[in-house]
Design a protein around this ligand. Sequence first.
Ligand SMILES: [Zn+2]
Ligand SMILES: [Zn+2]
Length: 304
Amino acid sequence: MISSIRLYFLGTGGSWPTPQRNTLSLGVRINDEAILFDCGESAQTALMKSSLSLMKIKKIFITHFHGDHFLGLPGLIQTMSFYGRQDPLEIYGPIGASTVLGNLLSIGYYSLNFEIRIEELKGNGSLDFGDYSISFAKANHTIPALCYSLKEKEYAKLEESKIKNLKVPRHLLEKIRKEGSAVANGKMITIDDISAGVRKGRKISYSGDTRRDESLLDLFRDSTVLIHESTGEKSNENKVISYGHSTGKDAAIQARDSNSKKLILVHFSPRYNDIKPILEEAKSVFPNVTAAEELMELEVTIND
Ligand SMILES: [Zn+2]
Ligand SMILES: [Zn+2]
């Protein structure tokens, strides 16, 4: 069962790094496991400044192979090796991932003492990781690209009074939750005997780079937090769209139309010294919006 889901904004800028913003990377900690979505150039130094340990990273999901989303990988992997990592690392990405990552990891002479498993994700789909799943869908960008959504599994809300009445031992609760039933005090107890209703799982969606596209609404539907790119705003709209990106307003429309609860904007063009116009434009469509700051952290609760 997942108790805590925490977000770490390790890089919030688009295209190229500036003294103010690293290129894109989002860390997600689920209980004691960490996942990265994208790995921009300075992801590893941002990790070192954050409270998220780079050794906890089990999986990395790359949206696409534009440099601002993956160039941090070789350095991060080398540091993991220096730190004595032995656990395998899973890297997922769109079509072409095996070739690009294979080339990237053969640069130079560093040797790794852990295994890297690369998986190419094709089309739309979903991967089941037990307590949560990660779905992906094709982005509307200039090269093959994916958007991702992490969804916590729904689970039964346990009711304390029922547990007490039936004298169900505490150590059996997780078993009943997972397997649906267990024998307690010589009697079969089912999940329905000790629960009332279902607790909805938290959902975090991450756009990577994409134009606004209605086909993505299913993936983003009912997100607790939607993290969406917003490269520019109205005055640059034509350019933003022609390069395969979204404006602040586009991101807000996606949040509104997918019935998401909270929107966090990332991937601001480095041409903007002040991102306020992007944020204001989004706010006019979807009020519960924040512009991500470097090293911002956020605990995701079901009421967000
Ligand atoms: Zn980008
Ligand atoms: Zn891109």
